[in-house]
Design a binder for this molecule. Structure first.
Ligand code: 0GY
Length: 291
């Protein structure tokens, strides 16, 4: 591993769109700080520090109220940096952990007490060395009450993953919609296959996120907006949204987070949709006791 990567915009613009009160950025990460929370020896990229202070400053700048911090692959299965972010948030952050599938019931209960509400199964070979489906299923069967599984995969392995996803005994949240090719449009093969997955269970949720990763046409990501708006409309009770800050491992085309937020009214054009996407739905998954 060589130089540390800075993957975030140094001065994101103020978005034109104002999120509703209580809006949740339900997909973001923290990196380090490395001196306190070293990266995993197995990390596939080595980022600069992007700690909780930076995350909370961005949250306020963009007009959000809460964060869901997803354990990033560069921290492996040591959730200390993510838990630190949750602890420093004053109740305004919860998290999704990445754990060794053999984790004990006591350690899962401890993660719950500290604000975790799900586990992430990452199937991207460029990010993790292995993803043992059988062990993941064993783990999913003994998660704390109310937890869900967050799953990250690319469109080319969706067919292979169908039986695995069908066997997960708790709600499932799909990161970045399983990375469809949005240039195919709303009726393209990738989104058709993803819709079939959504039709297979009514407790599969998804994040209509990461235009910067999914739309090669670049900012303002018109292909993404055209392909994804119908999906949000059709499955509006199962969508949650996030910035993906600090955009792990993005070395070029680093997005302006203000522009990322301005994608929201293009994929969720009514106030009702925006309320579901940014408030009601993420609160149902992460702060159900407050509803
Ligand atoms: C994302 C996407 C990516 C990275 C990670 O955990 C991670 O390192 O999730 C990616 O590289 O596509 O959701 O942050």
């Amino acid at each position: 591993m060589t130089d540390r990567i800075t993957s975030w915009h140094s001065a994101p613009s103020k978005p034109a769109f104002t999120p509703p009160p209580g809006a949740v950025d339900a997909h973001c990460h923290v990196f380090g700080p490395m001196a306190e929370f070293p990266f995993s020896p197995k990390a596939k990229y080595l980022p600069e520090d992007a700690g909780p202070d930076m995350l909370f400053a961005l949250r306020d700048h963009l007009g959000f109220s809460r964060n869901v911090i997803v354990q990033a692959s560069c921290h492996g299965t040591d959730n200390a940096a993510t838990l630190n972010g949750i602890a420093l948030s004053g109740g305004k952050a919860r998290g999704v952990a990445v754990v060794d599938p053999d984790i004990s019931a006591e350690d899962l209960a401890d993660l719950h007490a500290k604000g975790m509400r799900g586990v992430r199964f990452n199937f991207l070979k460029r990010l993790v060395d292995n993803a043992p489906k059988d062990k993941f299923l064993d783990l999913a069967a003994r998660l704390p009450e109310g937890w869900h599984v967050v799953i990250y995969f690319e469109a080319d392995i969706l067919e292979e993953l169908r039986p695995f996803i069908a066997a997960i005994p708790v709600p499932v949240v799909v990161d970045h919609m399983g990375r469809p090719d949005v240039s195919q449009g709303p009726d393209g093969e990738d989104l058709k296959a993803f819709r079939r997955l959504l039709e297979s269970r009514d407790d599969i949720w998804f994040k209509p996120t990461c235009p910067d990763r999914l739309d090669a046409s670049g900012d303002p990501w018109n292909d993404f907006a055209a392909a994804i708006a119908p999906l949000v409309e059709d499955y509006q009770d199962r969508v949650i949204w996030g910035t993906d800050w600090p955009h792990p491992n993005m070395e070029k085309n680093i997005p302006d987070d203000g522009h990322i937020v301005d994608m929201i009214p293009r994929i969720a054009p009514t106030e009702e949709l925006q309320q579901k996407l940014l408030v009601t739905n993420p609160m149902r998954l992460y702060w159900p006791e407050e509803l």
